[in-house]
Every structure is written in C-alpha cells, then in structure tokens.
Design a protein around this ligand. Structure first.
Ligand SMILES: [Zn+2]
Length: 258
C-alpha cells in the first residue's frame, strides 16, 4: 500500500472529525465500492466483458419481456462474479462504523449484497437485490438462492414453481422504476442526516445522484470518496480522489480508535 500524501492524511482526519461530531450519518455507495471486490461497473461499459453488448439495451425491461434468454445470457458472467465476490476492506469498515453507532444507514446503488455479507444491517437497496426473484406472470416471489448455482453453472433460466413462467431477479433494469419504499426511505435519510458520505459513486445516475444535494440543502456536511471527481466535489467539506478500499478503513480507524 502506498502511503497517503500529507493532504490525504489531513482530509482523512477531517472526515473522521465530521463522523465523531455527527449525530445522524448516512453513507451512499455506488459501483466503485465493489470494484475492489472484482465486480465490474457494467453501467460504465466500454471494457472487456461488457463491451460485447450494450447494457442499456440488453439489461432493459423491454428486452427482458420479449427475450428473457438474451438478458440471462448477458447477466450470467456478472451473476457468477457476484456469487463468488467477497466484501472488501471498505465494506468491512462501514459495517464496523455501523456497529459502533457511527452510521445510521447505507443507501446503495449496488445489487451485489456485499454490505450485508460484511455484516451491515440497515442497507437501503436503490437498484433492487439479487436475493429474490419475482414471477413475471403471477408475481410470486421466491428466494434466489436455490436458483443461483444451476443458473451460474449451467445457464438454467429460473422458472416459477407456481405457474412455470420466467422469474425475474428483483434488480432494477433500465427502463424500470426505482422501488418506492426504498426511495422514500432514502429521501428521508437524506433529509434527516447531518452528515452524508458518498463512497464509490460518480453521482451520475438520477435520481439517487440527487440525494446528497437534498442533504446539503438542509445543512448536512458532505464527504465524497471516489477515484473520479463528481458534480458535487466543489461543495463537499471533504473530497478524496483515492481508492475507497484504502481510504474508508483509514477513516474508520480514526473514528473508532482516535
Ligand atoms: Zn408464476
């Protein structure tokens, strides 16, 4: 690990101070939090595996309705990576902060369940989850676990045990509305928090990207940790352009052990 620059060290200490002073801290996480766990950011596209198909097209509700087998073929390598992925140091540090009462909730754009695998409890999943599947015909909801191995290993498309129709993973596809309950909860957290930390999100996907603005408008402090700048870096109290898996554990260490 390369030692932090003096500026980054100062920024980490300042971020830790904000956490210690905060009474209601919320974390917003995006794809960048899971890339150190080996999960590619399929929305950014343009590289390797994901350049064969256009995610906006193949991972859309329209494609799923007319040709679910195309969606599942595209989704299989991603599901495989998610199935085998382990939480990284950033996920673990956030879980520790929550246990210590320093974080109220995590709002995530990720569908990989890595926050929960790391032990985080209050996780608001804005883009749905891979833990459950819902029938496209009769809306029967099913635990995804028994279907995952046959799908990942043999490409078996999950079918409804009640009516035989295709089961859709409860992840939000392009062209689909965000889950309403999660969206209301996330907005409430954004309005009530006195500190929001954005981690591994470029804040490009609306409406989630607007949540930190809601927090700022009500006087909350803002920390942004992402390897690229976002539209709100100019308004953040602390903005660190570094690897989340190195910076977040360093902040947690300062918060928890001084
Ligand atoms: Zn069904």
């Amino acid at each position: 690990m390369i030692p932090f620059s003096p500026q980054t060290k100062t920024a980490i200490e300042f971020a830790a101070d904000l956490f210690r002073q905060s009474k209601h801290a919320v974390v917003l996480t995006g794809a960048g939090l899971s890339t150190p766990s080996g999960i590619p950011d399929f929305r950014s596209g343009g590289t390797g595996l994901w350049s064969r198909d256009e995610p906006m097209e193949v991972a859309s509700l329209t494609t799923f309705r007319v040709a679910p087998e195309r969606f599942f073929e595209w989704f299989r390598p991603l599901a495989n990576q998610i199935y085998h992925a382990q939480p990284n140091a950033a996920h673990h540090a956030l879980s520790e902060l929550e246990k210590a009462g320093q974080i109220r909730s995590i709002i995530t754009q990720n569908i990989d369940v890595l926050h929960q695998k790391a032990g985080s409890r209050t996780v608001i999943e804005m883009h749905g989850t891979l833990r459950t599947l819902t029938c496209t015909q009769c809306y029967h909801q099913q635990d995804a676990a028994p279907y995952l191995v046959p799908f990942v290993e043999k490409g078996e498309i999950p079918l409804c045990p009640k009516c035989g129709q295709v089961l859709k993973p409860d992840v939000i596809l392009f062209g689909e509305q965000l889950p309403q309950a999660a969206w209301f909860q996330a907005q409430r957290e954004a309005r009530q928090c006195d500190l929001m930390m954005v981690a591994g999100s470029s804040l490009e996907v609306l409406p989630v990207a607007g949540l930190p603005m809601q927090a700022l408008d009500r006087g909350a402090h803002l920390i942004i940790i992402n390897n690229a700048s976002t539209y709100l870096n100019v308004r953040a109290d602390v903005a660190i352009l570094e690897d989340v898996a190195e910076v977040i554990p360093a902040i947690a260490e300062k918060v928890l052990n001084g």
